[in-house]
Design a protein around this ligand. Structure first.
Ligand SMILES: Cc1ncc(COP(=O)(O)O)c(C=O)c1O
Length: 378
C-alpha cells in the first residue's frame, strides 16, 4: 500500500541532507559546547556559525536569536519572559484562533491576574484591525499573533498589524512557526519584537525551537542554570538539533518559490476534484495568496471528521481533523468554532508536502470520494 502523508502542518520528515549535517554531532563531535577543550570549543564555534547563518537568512542580528527546546517553549519565553520584565502592565491581546502554545500560555497568565483580550476575527480567520486599534490601551503589555494559522491556513497581514501595534509602542510577539515553512522572513523589514520558530515544520528535527528577540526588547529568562543562549535559556545546547535546524532553514530558503507553486497546484487540483463530487466547504481564505500553500481545511456534510480520518488512514492516507499539536482537543476545534464554520463536525485538514506529486492527485481525490461515500452507507 502506498502511503500518503497529507499532514505536513503537524510535522515533517527530517530531510536527508539535514540528517547528514546532524550525524557527526551525534558521534565523534559530541562535546559539550561549554567545555574548554577542543571537543567542546569546536562545537561552540559550530553552533555560533549556524546561528550566524540563520541570522543572515532571517536578516537579523546574531545576538537576537535564542535557541529553545521547541516552538512552544519559544512562545512561553516570549510571553512570560516579557511579562516578567514589564510588571506594570497587565493586559494581553491575542486571538481566539491561536495555537495552544499561545492560548494556554495566555490562560496561565489569566490565572496570574492578567486580563486577556481576544480580537474579533472574520469568517476566513482574518483579524479585525479596527478591533485591534480599539483594544490597545495604556495597560496593554503585549500583542501575540499567529502569523499563519495551522488549522485553516489564514495568513494575517503582519505589516499592518505591526504598524498598528508599534504606533502605540506596544510589544508584538508573532508565532511564525507555520509561516517560515513556506515563506522567507525578513526580520529587518518587520516591526516585530519577538518571533517564535520551530524546526520540525520545515524538515528539521523535533524538540528544536528558536525565539527572535529584538535587541532592545527586554525579557526575563524562564530557565536558569549555566547561562547558555546569552543567559536567556540555560541548558547544554542540543548541538546536533541546532545544526539540523540551520540546515533545514537553509534548504527552505533555497526552495521556497518552487515549493510554494507545487503545493498551491496540488491543493488547487485536489480541491477542484473534491468539490465537483462531494458537497463541502473550504474553511479559511478562498484565495491561495492569503492561505498557506498546500493547506486545505474542508468541511464535509453528513460525516464526522474522525470517521473520515479513520477510513482514509486505513487506505494509507494520513490527514488531520484539526491540529495534531492539540492531541487532547476532542470535538470541534476552537478555530472552527471561532470562525463559525458552516460545517463544524466533518472537518478534515489536508496539508500537502513536496513528496506528493501532481500525478497522485486523481488517486487521492478518488480515495476521498470512496471513503466519503462508504461512510454515507454505514
Ligand atoms: C502554529 C504553531 N505554533 C506552535 C507550535 C508548537 O511548536 P512545537 O511543536 O515546536 O512546540 C506548532 C506546532 O506544533 C504550530 O503549528
Amino acid at each position: 500500500m502506498k502511503i500518503f502523508d497529507l499532514d505536513h502542518a503537524a510535522t515533517t520528515s527530517i530531510d536527508k541532507q539535514v540528517t547528514e549535517a546532524m550525524l557527526p554531532y551525534l558521534f565523534d563531535s559530541y562535546g559539550n559546547p561549554s567545555s574548554m577543550h577542543a571537543l567542546g570549543m569546536q562545537n561552540k564555534k559550530d553552533i555560533n556559525t549556524a546561528k550566524k547563518h540563520m541570522a543572515h537568512l532571517l536578516n537579523c542580528d546574531f545576538n537576537e536569536l535564542i535557541f529553545t527546546g521547541s516552538g512552544t517553549e519559544a512562545t512561553n519565553l516570549a510571553i512570560k519572559g516579557y511579562a516578567l520584565s514589564h510588571l506594570d502592565k497587565k493586559e494581553i491581546i491575542t486571538t481566539p484562533i491561536e495555537h495552544a502554545a499561545t492560548l494556554n500560555t495566555c490562560l496561565f497568565m489569566e490565572q496570574m491576574g492578567y486580563t486577556i483580550h481576544y480580537l474579533k476575527i472574520d469568517k476566513q480567520g482574518f483579524i479585525d484591525l479596527n478591533d485591534l486599534e480599539e483594544k490597545l490601551n495604556q495597560q496593554t503589555l503585549m500583542v501575540s499573533i499567529l502569523w499563519a494559522n495551522n488549522e485553516i491556513g489564514t495568513i494575517q497581514d503582519l505589516a499592518k498589524i505591526a504598524q498598528i501595534v508599534s504606533s502605540k509602542q506596544v510589544c508584538l510577539h508573532v508565532d511564525a512557526i507555520q509561516m517560515v515553512a513556506h515563506y522567507p522572513i525578513d526580520l529587518s523589514a518587520l516591526n516585530v519584537d519577538l518571533m517564535s520558530f520551530s524546526a520540525h515544520k520545515c524538515h528539521g528535527p523535533k524538540g528544536t525551537g528558536m525565539l527572535y528577540k529584538k535587541m532592545t526588547t527586554q525579557i526575563t529568562p524562564l530557565i536558569h542554570g549555566g547561562g547558555q543562549e546569552f543567559h536567556y535559556r540555560s541548558g547544554t545546547e542540543a548541538v546536533a538539533n541546532i545544526i539540523g535546524f540551520e540546515k533545514a532553514l537553509t534548504l527552505q530558503y533555497e526552495s521556497y518559490s518552487t515549493k510554494q507553486s507545487h503545493l498551491k497546484s496540488l491543493a488547487e487540483l485536489f480541491y477542484q476534484g473534491i468539490k465537483k463530487a462531494i458537497p463541502c466547504h473550504l474553511n479559511g481564505p478562498e484565495s491561495n495568496e492569503t492561505r498557506l500553500p498546500g493547506l486545505l481545511s474542508i468541511g464535509f456534510f453528513n460525516v464526522s471528521g474522525l470517521s473520515l480520518q479513520y477510513k482514509l488512514n486505513q487506505k494509507g492516507i494520513y490527514v488531520s481533523t484539526g491540529s495534531a499539536c492539540h492531541s487532547n482537543e476532542i470535538g470541534i476545534s476552537h478555530v472552527i468554532q471561532a470562525i463559525d464554520a458552516p460545517i463544524s463536525n466533518g472537518v478534515i485538514r489536508i496539508s500537502f508536502g513536496t513528496d506528493t506529486q501532481i500525478e497522485d492527485i486523481p488517486y487521492l481525490v478518488e480515495s476521498f470520494i470512496e471513503c466519503y461515500l462508504a461512510l454515507q452507507e454505514d
